[in-house]
Design a protein around this ligand. Structure first.
Ligand SMILES: [Zn+2]
Length: 476
């Protein structure tokens, strides 16, 4: 099999062929930095981080561009509201963006341009569109003339006539057609502004991505991604501008990730079911958040609820516990990951980056590794086999972006968190474990069982193995 990617433009999964063999150029729309990132940003971030990692795993070199929109109406309004400069607001939110995305173990893209660093390239593009009669100036603003681009609507499958009849015409609007959108906006007093042939002003949102994509990746690149909410109008407008200017489509594949719902309702500030990334990572392990976000295929909607995150944390504990158990038994033995598991994992990635299927293969590997650990503990196992399974775990974990911490460290931290939220004293548990071991040594099995039950009542489950007694918290 080879890689197939669903293309929003054609509505089908298609065999992926990069423009240059072995090199993939990918542009993903970043955030408008006027506020803290929410869980919808986390999904887009994690999804395209997984795509980035998967492409590299499948043998491609990837140039990945993710921008910051650092000039925008929302930024201007928020800065004014808070009585600070746009620059101060932007710097603060970019810093917070990195804290959030680093906490989720996102790899840094190859380029992270800020829109305001590409004003000359945007003006050049606007100039070219005006020269071709596809854009016009009106009272210091420049608009794209939608009816001059025959393919308008091809990405979002919208019909221009229907859009036109549904569009409201704003009072005092200088546009020729209500669908026309701004490429350049004249500056109002106090707003950030740059000189231009059309007067002082700032770029419209859509032109930013067209200019940055073209400058950093070329007139046509392989993949353009973003959240589903960006299909219309943002990406439709990007196509109109880029193709309008160069005659070539800006990207061959358009990839869009689905929405995040909260307890089955659309996430929105007005409904009050709005979570920032830091709200969520304060309660749940960031790797569990990743695991949860990747448990559903990227195109499907995903429902966010505490119960699901708690399940993902249990899953993560099991993954780390298996890695830790294997590492102790391996005592340095190494081997390559088994070919069949590798093949299965690869096929999951090649099927439109199916993270859910990839995760099923990871779980299969976990089961096989635990079974091999059981055998080794009974002196019947094969260390080479376990070493291969352990290597497979690490390899798959790396593509999913988990196992970022040493297993022993993670497990200690997880147990501490669970013990404290369940109101269990760690020292108390350790003391009872020692008492139970002493009882067993004296063959007082009734007392040993009593202690085990006492701990079970508190939600502490004991795990005996030849290397000692370990414990986990099962109740939350
Ligand atoms: Zn964009």
């Amino acid at each position: 099999m080879s890689l197939r990617i669903y293309n929003t433009l054609t509505g089908k999964k298609e065999d992926f062929r990069p423009i240059r063999d072995g090199q993939v150029n990918m542009y993903v729309c970043g955030v408008t930095v006027y506020d803290r990132c929410h869980i919808g940003h986390a999904r887009a971030g994690v999804v395209f981080d997984f795509v980035f990692r998967s492409l590299a795993y499948l043998g491609h070199r990837v140039t990945y561009v993710r921008n910051f929109t650092d000039v925008d109406d929302k930024i201007i309004a928020r800065a004014a509201e808070r009585g600070i400069s746009c620059d101060a607001l932007v710097d603060e939110n970019i810093k917070a963006f990195y804290e959030d995305m680093d906490s989720l173990f996102l790899k840094r893209p190859t380029h992270e341009p800020r829109a305001t660093q590409f004003i000359p390239q945007m003006q050049e593009l606007i100039h070219a569109l005006i020269a071709k009669g596809m854009a016009y100036e009106a009272e210091g603003d420049v608009f794209f003339a939608v009816d001059r681009f025959a393919e308008y609507g091809k990405l979002s499958k919208r019909n221009v006539d229907e859009l036109e009849s549904g569009a409201r015409v704003a009072v005092n609007d200088a546009k020729n057609n209500p669908l026309d959108f701004a490429l350049w906006k004249s500056a109002k007093p106090g707003e950030p502004k740059w000189p231009s042939p059309w007067g002082e002003g700032r770029p419209g949102w859509h032109i930013e991505c067209s200019a940055m994509g073209r400058e950093l990746l070329g007139e046509t690149f392989d993949i353009h991604g973003g959240g589903k909410d960006l299909v219309f109008p943002h990406h439709e407008n990007e196509i109109a501008q880029s193709q309008g200017a160069s005659g070539k489509p800006p990207a061959n594949w358009w990839m869009h990730n689905g929405f995040v719902n909260i307890n089955k309702e659309k996430m929105s500030k007005s409904l009050g079911n709005f979570f920032t990334i830091r709200d969520v990572t304060a309660k749940f392990d960031p790797e569990a958040v990743r695991l949860y976000l990747l448990s559903t295929h990227y195109r499907s909607p995903i429902d966010f609820a505490d119960a699901y995150l708690a399940e993902a944390e249990n899953h993560l504990d099991r993954l780390y516990a298996t890695a830790h158990r294997a590492e102790k038994l391996l005592a340095g033995e190494t081997a390559d990951a088994p070919g069949d598991l590798r093949q299965k994992f690869r096929e999951a990635l090649e099927d439109d980056f199916n993270s859910a299927t990839a995760m099923a293969t990871l779980n299969e590997t976990v089961n096989a590794a635990n079974a091999q650990c059981d055998l080794i503990e009974r002196k019947k196992g094969d260390r080479k086999l376990l070493a291969g399974l352990h290597a497979a775990l690490r390899e798959m974990g790396d593509v999913l972006g988990i196992f970022n911490r040493p297993a022993a460290e993670y497990l200690l931290e997880s147990r501490r968190k669970r013990a404290s939220s369940a109101g269990i004293g760690e020292q108390e548990v350790e003391t009872l474990i020692q008492k139970r071991l002493a009882a067993r040594a004296e063959k007082n099995f009734a007392e040993a069982d009593r202690i085990r039950n006492e701990l079970a009542q508190k939600g502490v489950e004991l795990k005996d193995s030849p290397t000692g007694t370990d414990w986990i918290i099962t109740a939350k």
